[in-house]
Design a protein around this ligand. Structure first.
Ligand code: DX5
Ligand code: ZN
Length: 217
């Protein structure tokens, strides 16, 4: 599939999200951060807002659920129009069942890991997943500093994916910018979330192109 750029709308203007997604036409996905004030100390939106957003753009939605009890709530985001749904392994009670339910509902199933969560205990789950999301900041807020300490885990995850011979994508999320994206790509990531880097740029779509070029370099 190659390099994919998925701008996060967390730092966009929430009062006009439809227009804001219109400013990133060359992106591959729109990354939608769902937060519940429990799994993370911040609150964003739920399936009704996501459904409205899905209707306002032709880009596929990449939902990132930073919520407790994703087992109960994740399939609703496929129904709301998300082509990919990430649940956090730290919150999921039955990640295999959940991944299968997301796929059965017609979505791409993705599992997220906080910076301190190791990938190795979940190696056997990789064939069940369409994507692994490695957080490169503690989840909850945009605009945080990229954590270099996650780079070895990106490398180890890429090696595990190769060992299993699966097509699972490897996404990084948090502090991804022109400064840090090359390090992530070199370590083996292929899907890049960027929030503040894109939406603080004067021309967000131009920044999408610059990030893509830097990751492909
Ligand atoms: C943080 C979210 C990220 C956030 C990234 O918890 O999961 O998707 O929007 O924002 P930046 O790119 O500014 O770190
Ligand atoms: Zn995110």
């Amino acid at each position: 599939m190659g390099i994919q750029i998925t701008p996060s709308i967390l730092n966009a203007d929430f009062s006009r999200l439809g227009e804001e997604v219109g400013r990133i036409g060359s992106a591959d996905w729109v990354h939608v951060d769902v937060m519940d004030n429990h799994f993370v100390p911040n609150l964003t939106f739920g399936p009704t807002m996501v459904e409205a957003l899905a209707r306002s753009t032709d880009l596929p939605l990449d939902a990132h659920l930073m919520i407790e009890n994703p087992d109960s709530h994740a399939p609703a985001y496929v129904e709301a129009g998300c082509a990919s749904v990430t649940f956090h392994v730290e919150a999921a009670r039955a990640p295999v069942r959940l991944a299968r339910e997301i796929r059965a509902a017609g979505g791409r199933a993705s599992m997220g890991l906080r910076p301190a969560t190791p990938i190795e205990p979940y190696a056997d789950l990789l064939p069940e997943l369409d994507m692994v999301l490695l957080m490169t900041v503690e989840p909850g807020f945009g605009g945080q500093t990229f954590l270099d300490l996650v780079l070895p885990k990106i490398r180890r995850t890429r090696a595990l994916l190769e060992r299993h011979g699966v097509e699972t994508w490897l996404q990084v999320d948090g502090g991804v910018s022109l400064e840090t994206i090359e390090r992530c790509a070199e370590a083996g990531a292929d899907v890049f979330v960027a929030g503040s880097a894109v939406y603080s740029a004067e021309d967000p779509d131009e920044m999408v192109g610059r990030l893509r070029a830097a990751a492909e370099a």
